[in-house]
Design a protein around this ligand. Structure first.
Ligand code: AKG
Length: 278
């Protein structure tokens, strides 16, 4: 359960470090499962399992071809351990507090594994503009580190307060040191300060971020792995409102304008009893 000071901090900055929520044994189990999924050893498969940098999404970021960010989407569909993780009662309750909602569903999950030395960057972005089939923009993600995520191995960086600046995705860019800038700063609120801060997260710890907070993570040139599981959670009032495509689109069974419910968007928290459907 988050304190009112933590809720106030999240409201002000758009991100928050929570507690360590996984024991060493739980982290080890998820690491083993992750290896099995990456190697295609599980019976059920996730929706995506690929090098995210192959798609050309970050073509402007000067990468060598050998750089990799192994992106897995919906590992919960391939691994019961990751489904149980996504339904972690403490995380789900804290998400409900941060979204100010009585009901929480999984929108989708995501691994971005940056291997040692060859780990590539994740460009500056806001999540919600990359999810053009859901509204409104008040989702919150829980990013749990499976290795200490530090500056050296490419931890995420966040821009405090940027979740209040609306959809700026098409104006976001990086300078040569990976720091973010806005291509037309006159479009930002007068008091906006574009200054990124590192968001280091310990192994087993959870970090929360709002779906409009500007964030990105640089290369991992260290000898350390950088593994983590992000679960993107949606409040129960989230609607299916398609304006462009998205990998989850194929799994939607409701009509435009309706609440986004269904087997592929499991209910993991209700105010009276948590994790009742998983
Ligand atoms: O893992 C990363 O470095 C980026 C993850 C991310 O963009 C997210 O969880 O929204």
């Amino acid at each position: 359960m988050l304190t009112s000071a933590q809720l106030e901090e999240f409201e002000r900055t758009g991100f928050l470090k929570g507690d360590v929520v996984l024991s060493d044994e739980e982290v080890e189990k998820l690491r083993r499962e992750l290896d099995d999924v990456i190697e295609g050893k599980t019976v059920n498969k996730p929706i995506l399992n690929h090098n995210m940098l192959d798609g050309g999404m970050y073509d402007n970021m000067k990468m060598t071809v050998s750089e990799r960010v192994i992106q897995i989407v919906n590992i919960w569909m391939a691994s019961d351990a990751f489904l149980q993780h996504a339904a972690n009662p403490r995380i789900c309750e804290e998400i409900a507090q941060l979204c100010n909602t009585d009901e929480v569903r999984i929108w989708h999950d995501q691994i971005q594994y940056k291997p040692p030395v060859s780990g590539g960057p994740t460009g500056w972005h806001q999540d919600h503009p990359l999810w053009p089939i859901i509204q409104p923009a008040n989702l919150v993600s829980a990013w749990v580190a499976l290795d200490d995520a530090v500056i050296e191995n490419g931890c995420m960086w966040m821009v405090p307060g940027s979740h209040k600046w609306g959809n700026q995705q098409k104006y976001l860019a990086s300078d040569k040191d990976f720091m973010p800038y806005h291509k037309q700063p006159e479009l930002l609120p007068e008091d906006a300060v574009v200054e990124a801060v590192p968001f280091e997260i310990k192994k087993g710890q959870v970090g929360y971020h709002h779906c409009l907070t500007w964030h990105g993570s640089p290369h991992n040139k260290s000898q350390l792995k950088r593994r983590a599981i992000a679960v993107h959670y949606m409040p129960g009032h989230t609607r299916y409102e398609p304006t462009a495509n998205h990998p989850m689109h194929d799994y939607v069974r409701v009509k435009p304008g309706e609440l986004l419910t269904g087997d592929h968007f499991p209910l993991v928290y209700t105010r009276s009893s948590s994790a009742e459907t998983v």
